[in-house]
Ligand binder design. Structure first.
Ligand SMILES: Cc1ncc(C[n+]2csc(CCOP(=O)(O)OP(=O)(O)O)c2C)c(N)n1
Length: 349
């Protein structure tokens, strides 16, 4: 048992995968679809690490490696017209919500064919047509955007939901207090998913946060709360579905705390002097991809040959996206302010 990142009630090992689920993860296509999404995020991020080292990516890159089961598990329960708000570590959320892969890659490269025409880059990827309201370089800013989107849904009397992904560092921000209180008092259809990856930049959660069980923060706002092993895809699907169903039915927001571990540094190139290699290696024993492979094997849904086949297919997809991005142009300098303001605002000026 390691206590570096698991909440007290989360056991180590594959026994915890034996969770009864409503999504039919005994169905081979459903399971493989989820596996492909996990792989897609992992491969996308590992490819970016290599490209960043070659100097091909402008700015900073924060990878989602180790946390994939949270985005995939939660988004498995969503419709295209549901919304997600994201963070600076947002590629996984966007992929899980169905963003176009070429458009995402080109955006991270800052190319004109990017999903935001190269204006956003890694930390500001958005695609409103898929309900992706934006990655965000401002920690926890997505929480108040989620509250606004929730209020919009309630005002329109629709049954969409908003998922607000944010980090354990973010949970100490004042905006979280405002957003959670507002969503709770208004019973807005928002699910706050706190990805507890144990670090905020270079500082352990234990040094910055007054409680070890982050879900108590939701109790303070009169919200439902859930805790889940964020590396266990099947469990994330099940727990987040309860919260999403409740939100859709008008029962108000839930705080879901998903315990996980950030395998990479805070950003690509982070020397990581604040943690030991042993700690990182220990956490990799509970790699969400390995756990889900164990699950698939245990239930006779796939074997190592199948895993290899899927990995090859996904690698090809990501390589094609890299080629697309590399062959695309950068925006021309004189267009820098195009697409930055909405017509609405321009119309008012
Ligand atoms: C408002 C604000 N304060 C500080 C920063 C600097 N900063 C960038 S990432 C980060 C840590 C965020 O930690 P967490 O929310 O746990 O997300 P993680 O990086 O672990 O995914 C900080 C403090 C920022 N971008 N925005």
């Amino acid at each position: 048992m390691v206590d570096i990142w698991l909440s007290d009630d989360h056991e180590l090992g594959i026994a915890s995968l034996e969770v009864p689920v409503a999504v039919d993860f005994k169905d081979i296509e459903t399971s493989l679809e989820a596996y492909r999404k996990l792989l897609l995020i992992r491969t996308f991020e590992e490819t970016l690490e290599a490209l960043f080292a070659k100097g091909k990516i402008p700015g900073f890159v924060h990878t989602y490696i180790g946390q994939e089961a949270i985005a995939v598990g939660v988004c498995t329960n969503l419709r295209t017209d549901d919304y997600v708000t994201s963070t600076h570590r947002g590629h996984g959320h966007a992929i899980a919500k169905g963003i176009d892969l070429n458009g995402l890659m080109a955006e991270v490269f800052g190319k004109v064919t990017g999903i935001c025409k190269g204006r956003g880059g890694s930390m500001h990827v958005a695609d409103f047509s898929k309900g992706i309201l934006g990655a965000n370089g401002i920690v926890a800013a997505g929480t108040v955007i989620a509250a606004g989107a929730g209020l919009s849904i309630q005002t329109r009397e629709e049954d969409q939901v908003v998922i607000c992904f944010f980090g354990d560092g973010g949970i100490n921000k004042g905006t979280v207090h405002e957003a959670m209180n507002f969503c709770s008092v208004k019973k807005l259809p928002v699910v706050f998913v706190c990805e507890n990856n144990q670090y905020a930049q270079f500082t352990s959660r234990k040094l910055t946060t007054s409680v070890s069980d982050l879900s108590v923060r939701g109790v303070a706002y009169g919200m439902s709360t859930e805790s889940v092993d964020g590396n266990n895809l099947v469990e994330v699907v099940e727990v987040s579905r309860r919260a999403i169903d409740n939100a859709r039915e008008g029962l108000g927001p839930t705080l879901v705390v998903a315990d996980t571990y950030r395998f990479g540094g805070h950003y690509v190139g982070d020397p990581q002097a604040y943690r030991s290699e042993d700690e990182v290696n220990e956490s990799r024993r509970r790699d969400p991809l390995l756990l889900f492979e164990n699950y698939l094997e245990l239930h006779g849904l796939a074997d190592s040959d199948r895993f290899e086949l899927e990995k090859e297919t996904i690698s090809k997809l990501v390589n094609k996206a890299v080629m697309f991005a590399e062959q695309s142009d950068y925006p021309e300098a004189h267009t820098a302010t195009d697409y930055v303001f909405t017509d609405l605002i321009e119309g008012r000026q």
